[in-house]
Design a protein around this ligand. Structure first.
Ligand SMILES: NC(=O)c1ccc[n+]([C@@H]2O[C@H](COP(=O)([O-])OP(=O)(O)OC[C@H]3O[C@@H](n4cnc5c(N)ncnc54)[C@H](O)[C@@H]3O)[C@@H](O)[C@H]2O)c1
Length: 462
C-alpha cells in the first residue's frame, strides 16, 4: 500500500520505517529541510535501538523516501498519517496548530486538484477528544465547492521510545477510531500484518480512541506517582520500597511494571498528556482530582534528590563538582524532552555547582538545550574525577555494573545520590560509599570495604 507520513520525528520516522519494512511504499514529509536532507542521504536523525537496520534496508530498496513537499505526499498515498507535534500550550492544553495547519493545507491541495481522489487522514498524534471532528470540519470547510472524498480516522500510537521498533512491529493492540466502514477496512488491511500473532485491532469511535490514549498515559503516570509516594513514606517509616514493590507486584491485579520509584516521570508524553487531560476535564467542568495530585507530586519528586543533596551539603553547592550520569529522560533514547536530569541540572547550577555529565546517547540533544553551561564527557568515569558527588538520573545498562574501586579512587568524596535505585544500599555502604537512593534505608559507609555485589534491574518502560 502507498502511505504518506506527515511529521518525521520519533513517531513518524518509526512508523514510516516499520510500514516500509512490512512492504508498503512510504513517503515521509517534514518541514525541517535539514532533517529531510539527512534522512534522504541515509543519516538517521534519532537514536532508537533497531531502527537503523530497517531504515537503511528500506531506503536502499526504495520503499522509504523523504520530502519537504506536502503535495508529493498527498499525491503519493490514499492513507495520510499525521505524526505532528502536539506540544503543551501555555494553559496546559495540547497545541493543535500543527495538526490543524496541515489539515487545512491538505484540504486546499485536494480542492485544487480533484483528481487526487479519496484520502484517509489518520491522526496518529496524541490529540484531545474531539480533534478528529475538528479536522473533519476543517476539511469540510475546504470541501464546499469541490465535493472531496475523505475520511478522518483516529489511530493513537502507543509505542515507547527505546523499544519503539518492537512496539510498532508487534503492538499489544491497535486502536482504530473510525465511523467510516471504508476507512476502517483500509486501516485493518494496513495493520493486519502487524498483529498476526493474535493481538487485537480494537475498533471504536473517534472520540473514544482519542480518550484511550490519554487514559493510558495518565494511568501509567499515576501508577508511577503512587509508587513514588509509597517510597517517600517508606523513608519516613524505615521500610524498604524494593520489598514492597515485589510484594505488591506479584498480585496480578497490580502487575509488576511501573512500580519503580525514582525522580519522577518525564519525557515528551506523560507530563504533556496528563496536563492536557486535566485541561480537557477543566473545560468540561470536571475536577479530575487524581491528575492534579499526580502533577503536584511529580513536580516535587523531580526535586527530591536536589533537596537531599542540599541537606547533605548544608544548603549550597558552591565550589562543588557534581557528576551526572544520564541525561535522557529514560534509557535507550536520546530524547531529553522534560528529562528529570535537565530539571535537576538546572537546580544544581542555580545553587552554584559545577556540573560534568555523561550520557551514552543524549549528549548532542542535551547540548542543544543546555549549551555550554555544563561539561560533557564521552566516558562514564570522566565526570567522576575530583567529583564531590555523583547523581544518577537515568538507568542506562552501563551504569549498573561500574568499577566501584575506580569510582571511589577518582571521586573527591565517595558520595552517590541515585535517582534510579540501581544498587543495594547495604552493598554500597560495604563498598565504602555514602549512598542515598529513593525509598530505601540509608547505611553508613564502611571506609575500606570492597566487595562485588549483584545489581538490580529496574526500569519503568514508558
Ligand atoms: N515520542 C513518543 O514516544 C510518542 C509516542 C506516542 C505518541 N506520540 C505523539 O505523537 C506526536 C508526535 O510526537 P513525536 O515525538 O514524534 O514528535 P517530534 O517532535 O519528534 O516530531 C514531529 C515532527 O513533525 C515535524 N513537523 C512540524 N510541523 C510540520 C509540518 N507542518 N509539516 C511536516 N512536518 C512537520 C517536525 O519537524 C518534527 O520532525 C505527538 O502528538 C506525541 O504526543 C509520541
Amino acid at each position: 500500500m502507498n502511505i504518506s507520513i506527515i511529521g518525521t520525528g520519533y513517531v513518524g520516522l518509526v512508523s514510516g520505517t516499520c510500514f516500509a519494512e512490512m512492504g508498503n511504499d512510504v513517503l515521509c514529509v517534514d518541514i525541517d529541510e535539514d532533517k529531510v536532507q539527512k534522512l534522504s542521504s541515509g543519516t538517521i536523525t534519532i537514536f532508537e535501538p533497531g531502527l537503523e537496520v530497517f531504515f537503511e534496508r528500506n531506503l536502499r530498496k526504495g520503499r522509504l523516501n523523504f520530502t519537504t513537499e506536502l503535495l508529493a505526499a498527498v499525491r503519493h498515498a490514499e492513507v495520510i498519517f499525521l505524526a505532528l507535534p502536539t506540544p503543551p500550550a501555555e494553559d496546559g492544553s495540547a497545541d493543535l496548530s500543527y495538526v490543524k495547519g496541515v489539515a487545512t493545507n491538505i484540504a486546499k491541495l485536494l480542492r485544487a486538484d480533484p483528481s487526487l481522489g479519496y484520502k484517509v487522514i489518520v491522526n496518529k498524534s496524541t490529540v484531545p477528544v474531539g480533534t478528529a471532528n475538528a479536522v473533519r470540519n476543517i476539511m469540510t470547510q475546504q470541501d464546499l465547492k469541490s465535493g472531496l472524498h475523505f475520511d478522518v480516522v483516529s489511530n493513537p500510537e502507543f509505542l515507547r521510545e527505546g523499544v519503539a521498533v518492537d512496539d510498532f512491529m508487534k503492538p499489544e493492540r491497535v486502536v482504530i477510531g473510525s465511523s467510516s466502514k471504508r476507512a476502517s477496512s483500509i486501516m485493518h488491511s494496513l495493520y493486519e500484518p502487524f498483529v498476526r500473532q493474535g493481538n487485537p485491532i480494537v475498533d471504536m469511535d473517534e472520540r473514544s480512541a482519542e480518550m484511550t490514549k490519554y487514559a493510558a498515559n495518565s494511568f501509567l503516570a499515576t501508577k508511577i506517582t503512587f509508587m513514588n509516594e509509597i517510597a517517600n513514606l517508606c523513608e519516613k517509616v524505615d521500610a524498604d520500597v524494593d520489598k514492597i514493590r515485589v510484594g505488591i507486584g506479584l498480585d496480578s491485579r497490580i502487575g509488576k511494571q511501573f512500580l519503580y520509584p525514582g525522580i519522577g516521570f518525564g519525557g515528551s508524553c506523560f507530563p504533556k498528556d496528563v496536563n492536557a487531560l486535566k485541561r480537557t476535564a477543566d473545560e468540561n467542568d470536571y475536577e479530575f482530582k487524581i491528575l492534579n495530585s499526580v502533577l503536584e507530586v511529580n513536580g516535587a519528586q523531580r526535586r527530591l534528590l536536589v533537596d537531599k543533596m542540599l541537606k547533605h551539603f548544608g544548603g549550597s553547592f558552591q565550589n562543588k563538582n557534581i557528576a551526572v550520569w544520564g541525561l535522557s529522560f529514560k534509557p535507550n533514547t536520546d530524547d531529553v524532552r522534560e528529562a528529570p536530569a535537565h530539571i535537576i541540572i538546572k537546580e544544581l547550577l542555580e545553587h552554584g555547582a559545577r556540573v560534568s555529565a555523561f550520557d551514552p546517547e543524549a549528549k548532542e540533544t542535551t547540548q542543544a538545550v543546555l549549551g555550554d553551561s555544563i561539561e560533557y564527557t564521552d566516558d562514564r568515569y570522566e565526570p567522576l574525577e575530583e567529583a564531590d558527588a555523583l547523581i544518577i538520573c537515568t538507568e542506562w545498562h552501563e551504569f549498573r555494573r561500574p568499577d566501584f574501586d575506580k569510582m571511589r579512587n577518582l571521586m573527591a568524596k565517595p558520595l552517590i545520590f541515585d535517582g534510579r535505585n540501581l544498587f543495594k544500599p547495604k552493598d554500597m555502604a560495604e563498598r565504602g560509599f555514602e549512598y542515598y537512593s529513593i525509598g530505601r534505608p540509608h547505611f553508613q559507609a564502611i571506609p575500606s570495604a570492597n566487595t562485588a555485589f549483584e545489581n538490580e534491574q529496574n526500569i519503568n518502560h514508558n
